[in-house]
Design a protein around this ligand. Structure first.
Ligand code: ARG
Length: 464
């Protein structure tokens, strides 16, 4: 699809005007350079409308057939990338109608009966958002599948869980990966909500108050697999469905960003927990040793523009009275930009996860030492020592270990007993990353048994 310099197209609204638009105004006013992306949806909406006009006797059956055939030809051009437009087309709706007229002649002038660009543009955007929500949902599911596979393949790997980015307690790598899985699962719900909100056709609202023509909005809605409009004024004013998508993309973007931040850390020499496959890293133009986690950095970086896009549309909408205002033309680019940010990240993530290698030994080493201190406190508390006292005693022991320059695993028995008499019989097996994770009993914990349950539930979710 490209721009041509054919200036023959006249504005749809030309009758009222003596002079043609100033060129600078035309450039400001035109949405065709970006809304041409809605062309397939615009044509499909028009096909449903043209069929309805024929069924309702608003145009003859033959005229309806001609319109549908012509629109199908235009759709073919759009899909083949052969559809061309000029700035004088102003927007995608005008461009499609102009082309239809070139293809089928004067009958094209009847297509807009009982319709306004206000319900038409709203419909196009509903269709775009519905399709985008489905596409992104598919991408999130693919990422979830990869997380599950990697979690299943790394059942025995332990690493530290962090608070304040300080080593806190050992957890299973599979538990960590599944934490991201469940966050994505909530993203699915948000995307489904956006899809449902988008799945109501505004067609039939016309400019804002309906139309005297005997149209059948329920038919056009059905043709497009949508619900019919309930209130014509709401139908042309509502952009909540677009906000829902932008919100879903923003939260998803924040999830991707948090994961990105972790992988940037994990792949640093300082952590050394994981190595990305060459296919998903880039080098430096000056430092030959560098292998950079660009994709994860971009996942972190794109969250900002996703949140910005949501803000942009919220702010556009907040001052608008009901009914169409040209401000609404500003709704499209943030939506397109959000989709264009999210889709490529989701295209990369699954294979990038599958092909990464983990350094299980290094992770395990980082998960030992003082990250095991809570085990000692919990052991004492289970033997009736008030938890606060237990916490204090183990805190003192940690300080003592620092004085002796030994790790908790190496602390001599007499030091254990000196910290608290009840620690005299402490089972040493608990003072290992594996012992610690296995000792967790609460539902949803990082214990191997609980993680197995999670893996099964995650598998059911993806299969079901
Ligand atoms: N290009 C316009 C938009 O994107 C289409 C609707 C124009 N409607 C109107 N009444 N001027 O919002």
């Amino acid at each position: 699809m490209g721009e041509t310099d054919d200036k023959s197209a006249a504005p749809l609204w030309g009758g009222r005007f003596e002079a043609s638009p100033d060129e600078a105004f035309e450039r400001l006013n035109a949405s065709i350079p970006f809304d041409v992306r809605l062309a397939p949806h615009d044509v499909r909406g028009s096909i449903a409308h043209a069929k309805m006009l024929g069924r309702q006797g608003i145009v003859s059956e033959q005229e309806s057939d001609e319109l549908v055939r012509g629109l199908e030809a235009v759709l073919g051009e759009v899909e083949a990338g052969e559809f061309s437009w000029t700035l004088a087309d102003e927007d995608v709706h005008t461009a499609v109608e102009r082309r239809l007229r070139e293809v089928v002649g004067g009958v094209a002038l009847k297509l807009h009966t009982g319709r306004s660009r206000n319900d038409q543009v709203a419909l196009d955007l509903h269709l775009f958002v519905r399709e985008a929500a489905d596409g992104i949902r598919g991408g999130v599911l693919a990422a979830m599948r990869a997380l599950l596979e990697v979690a299943e393949a790394n059942r025995d790997v332990v690493l530290p869980g962090y608070t304040h980015l300080q080593r806190a307690q050992p957890i299973l790598l599979s538990h960590h990966l599944l934490a991201h899985f469940w966050a994505f699962e909530r993203d699915l719900r948000r995307l489904e909500a956006a899809r449902e909100a988008a799945n109501r056709s505004p067609l039939g609202a016309a400019a804002l108050g309906g139309t005297p023509h005997p149209i059948d909005p329920a038919f056009t809605a059905r043709e497009l697999g949508m619900q019919p409009p309930v209130n014509s004024l709401d139908a042309v004013s509502d952009r909540d469905f677009a906000l829902d998508l932008l919100y879903a993309c923003s939260v998803l973007g924040v999830h991707l960003s948090r994961m990105g931040e972790e992988w940037v850390l994990w792949t640093s020499a300082e952590f050394g927990f994981a190595v990305l496959d060459d296919a998903y890293s880039s080098g430096s133009s000056i430092m030959p040793q560098k292998k950079n986690p660009d994709a994860y950095e971009l996942m972190r970086g794109k969250a900002g523009r996703l949140i910005g896009n949501l803000n942009a549309l919220l702010i556009t909408l907040k001052g608008l009275p009901l009914g169409y205002s040209k401000d609404l033309q500003e709704d499209k680019e943030p939506i397109f930009d959000a989709v264009d940010a999210v889709v490529p990240m989701l295209a990369v993530l699954p294979e990038m996860l599958r092909t990464a290698r983990f350094d299980g030994e290094r992770m395990r080493r980082a998960a030992g030492g003082f990250a095991l201190a809570t085990e000692l406190a919990d052991y004492l508390a289970a033997r009736g020592v008030p938890f606060r006292d237990a916490h204090h005693a183990v805190g003192r022991l940690v300080r003592r270990c620092e004085e002796l320059s030994v790790s908790l695993e190496e602390v001599p028995d007499d030091e254990l007993a000196a910290a608290h008499p009840a620690l005299a019989e402490f089972p040493r097996g608990l003072l290992t990353p594996e012992g610690s994770v296995s000792n967790k009993k609460s539902g949803g914990s990082t214990s191997p048994g609980s993680v197995e349950e999670q893996l099964r539930e995650a598998g059911r979710l993806l299969d079901g």
